[in-house]
Design a protein around this ligand. Structure first.
Ligand code: ADP
Ligand code: MG
Length: 262
């Protein structure tokens, strides 16, 4: 459903994204991993149409996206296909708007429905992300970080996207909440058939969510393959370092520190 060819982004002399090429099948799940500044967000923003590429192309469902700024109608069409969820849901939610109203607004934006249809769809979205009426009546500040991220995911799903891009979407959450959101995303993928592009600096999370992983460093793809292959036998020195830094089960931070000191 997505083909990215020689995608490139320059900021003046600086090349933030350098000839990135990959494909994502319908209902597939791909993770992009790399340290901060490796070009992950810029790549995602170009795919979502929020940023114009300096070169290369993004083909969605067989159709090449027009380069340059999109018109309002094109933006809406693309939003139906590709939705993005960011690290900080609080920043993307209106603090004065109750969760249920925010979701109703998103549903109304993407679909022409009568009022009771909107209500039913909002209830469905809440259910899909494991929230209920209580949270629907709440303002974002009354919710936990994990609940807010569930709201952001529900709002993205209102568009019935074919691709959901999650950019460090669980990075700010506690580890146990991260695991819950990963489980939720797996279920959403199964239930709705949406493809996932999961962006993270944490290679450990990748095996729980994606089929394939693409490793970026300095704007370039240094490794790309099935998760089991890349994690099991990393080829590039950078990937080898990333894999070595994944905490092993049963290793407490203390024991790691002791080993590092030994
Ligand atoms: P990541 O998401 O992997 O942390 P980014 O895609 O955000 O990386 O950024 C890649 C590089 O591009 C960084 O060095 C960043 O400073 C630079 N960059 C991103 N956006 C801009 C911009 N609007 N202007 C100039 N440089 C930018
Ligand atoms: Mg980023």
């Amino acid at each position: 459903m997505l083909e990215v060819r020689n995608l490139r982004k320059e900021y003046g002399e600086f090349v933030a994204v350098d000839e990135v090429t990959f494909a994502l099948p319908e209902q597939g799940a791909l993770a992009i991993v790399g340290e901060s500044g490796s070009g992950k967000t810029t790549t995602a923003r170009m795919i979502a149409g929020l940023e114009a590429p300096s070169g290369g192309s993004v083909v969605v469902a067989g159709e090449e996206r027009p380069a340059g700024r999109l018109r309002a109608r094109e933006r809406r069409v693309r939003a139906r296909q590709i939705q993005m969820v960011f690290q900080d849901p609080y920043a993307s939610l209106d603090r004065r708007q109750r969760v249920g109203d925010a979701l109703a607004e998103a549903v109304g934006f993407h679909q022409r429905l009568p009022a009771d249809g909107v209500r039913a769809r909002v209830a469905e979205l809440l259910d899909m992300v494991g929230l209920d009426d209580r949270q629907a009546r709440a303002l974002p500040k009354a919710l936990s970080g994990g609940q807010r991220q569930r709201v952001a995911i529900a709002r993205a799903l209102a568009a019935e996207p074919r691709l959901l891009i999650l950019d460090e979407a669980i990075a700010a959450l506690d580890v146990s909440i991260q695991a819950q959101i990963l489980t939720l995303l797996r279920r959403i993928r199964t239930e709705t058939g949406t493809a996932l592009l999961f962006i993270t600096h944490d290679l450990g999370a990748v095996r729980h969510i994606s089929d394939e992983v693409l490793v970026m460093q300095h704007g370039r793809v240094v490794e790309h393959g099935p998760v089991a292959t890349v994690l099991g036998a990393p080829q590039h020195p950078y990937t080898q370092r990333l894999v070595a830094s994944i905490p092993k089960p049963g290793w407490t931070p203390r024991r790691r520190a002791e080993r590092a000191a030994a």
